[in-house]
Design a protein around this ligand. Structure first.
Ligand code: PHE
Length: 456
């Protein structure tokens, strides 16, 4: 089905940058280091990279196939590939995941705005490590300030979404992404030169295999899905805007490499500093926010560096919130025949409510927990560790069972105009390795495998 009136991304570079813009964000710079820190360092990194290669890359390519082939939103795509079937549940799972992620992601994005202001006004300089940690604790548990920034961030996203698909996304990511990359490299160099930096590098790169457990594997898998923006239809929605000549294989490989590189740079930037300033790697969600100000404190013209850094981080977060928002908006717009403005408003208001609750759950509502987790952590857990891998697993099963291999190959080779020499390996990973792997990890985490072992 070809829809001539649909917007497409303008230039080739635009396609890659917008998709990289979705993938690269707080997931790489905020969530990745804190997952590495909580899950024992290098062992986690190793499992993470295995997940990226064995699960992430094939699932990403498959999402590209679905999106460009159907040219529809995450839910509509399944309706068009398998009409009147229950497979569209994959799409709904994705739309819901996007919405829930937006809820807590907007809060952390809001924190980056606060840190821009603090950096610009000089409040990030001349403090001790404990003072930075206390400042963050006071700020994040405050009632009003974080909520104010969350609202501001959602408003910004909303504005870009209603102004259309192409212009906003492309323009922003083309300039800012390369800049972010550059500043990360500079920060890595500074961090590696700190006293005791070696300990951080050992933590990040020298695996202690005894640290690998099923929960570490689940965390690594969840992080791989979260970071690549896969398993929830985001890349289905984006690739529905790709042109018929976009090289899907190359785009998938490029996005994966860039995303992984940014995460690695974030690790090299954070861990030497963590050990140098005696911060616990297991600090969790606040790790990056209490570590980085210390690094800037050691730099010549630190205020300027920190201002630029947090500005770029906010933009990286913005290109990701845009993609999350777009998944839900495109769904409402196309499946429920709403105007773009109305669809976007509904999503924004919903995200705002989730954002406010998430933000309060870090402070005054800390005691109200769901399954022992604060609302913020709960949203993070069910999306990254359950809904995204589950969505990825179903996407693979769906393609393996419902889609003719010839159609798949034709789309991935642009109707035979480019080669795909690894097609059989890709198809094997997608049909067997990915769904079975993800399924086993789920079963293990739920304790079902141990239970079976105890019976037999
Ligand atoms: N991949 C984004 C990041 O790493 C987050 C994201 C997840 C965006 C899922 C879209 C979909 O920050």
């Amino acid at each position: 089905m070809t829809n001539k009136n649909r917007v497409t991304f303008g230039s080739k570079l635009g396609v890659v940058f917008a998709t990289v813009g979705s993938a690269v964000g707080l997931g790489n710079i905020w969530r990745f280091p804190y997952m590495v820190g909580e899950n024992g360092g290098a062992a986690f990194l190793l499992v993470y990279i295995a997940c990226i290669l064995a699960l992430g890359l094939p699932v990403m390519l498959t999402e590209f196939f679905i999106g460009r082939n159907t040219q529809r939103n995450a839910a509509g795509a399944f309706k068009s590939l398998a009409p009147n079937s229950t497979w569209s549940i994959i799409g709904y799972n994705g739309v819901l995941a996007a919405f829930l992620i937006l809820g807590f992601y907007a809060v952390v994005s809001g924190w980056t705005l606060e840190y821009i202001i603090q950096a610009v006004t000089g409040s990030l300089s001349g403090k001790s490590t404990t003072e930075f940690a206390d400042d963050f604790a006071n700020f994040s548990s405050d009632i009003y300030r974080p909520i104010f920034w969350t609202i501001a961030f959602i408003a910004l996203t909303h504005f870009i979404i209603v102004s259309g698909v192409k212009k906003g996304i492309e323009r922003a990511s083309k300039i800012m992404m390369p800049m972010l990359f550059l500043i990360l490299v500079i920060l890595c160099i500074r961090s590696v030169m700190l006293p005791n930096a070696g300990k951080g590098l050992i933590f990040l790169f020298k695996p202690d295999f005894s640290k690998i457990s099923s929960s570490v594997i689940l965390s690594a898998m969840g992080q791989a899905f979260f970071s690549l923006s896969i398993g929830m239809g985001c890349l289905i929605t984006y690739s529905s805007y790709f042109s018929k000549t976009t090289n899907l294989q190359r785009t998938a490989v490029e996005v994966t490499i860039l995303d992984t590189l940014v995460a690695l740079l974030a690790g090299i930037m954070i861990f030497p500093a963590v050990f140098s300033f005696n911060i616990e790697p297991t600090e969790g969600a606040r790790l990056v926010f209490i570590t980085l100000p210390n690094v800037f404190g050691q730099m010549f013209l630190g205020e300027i560096w920190s201002s630029i850094f947090f500005l770029l981080l906010a933009v990286a977060a913005l290109t990701s919130t845009i993609s999350l928002h777009e998944v839900a908006t495109a769904y409402l717009l196309e499946e429920h025949k709403m105007s773009r403005k109305k669809a976007a408003t509904l999503v924004s208001v919903g995200a705002l409510i989730l954002g406010v609750i998430s933000s309060l759950s870090i402070g005054v509502w800390k005691e109200h927990t769901i399954l022992g987790l604060t609302f913020f952590d709960f949203l993070d857990y069910i999306t990254a560790k359950i809904m995204l891998p589950f969505g990825g697993m179903l996407i693979c099963i769906f393609i393996g069972r419902r889609i003719d291999k010839k159609i798949l190959k034709a789309e991935l080779t642009n109707q035979g105009t480019i080669t795909f020499s690894l097609f059989n390996i890709y198809a094997f990973f997608m049909k067997y390795i990915a769904p079975v792997g993800i399924g086993l990890i789920f079963l293990h985490e739920l304790g079902i495998i141990n239970w079976l072992k105890s019976i037999f």
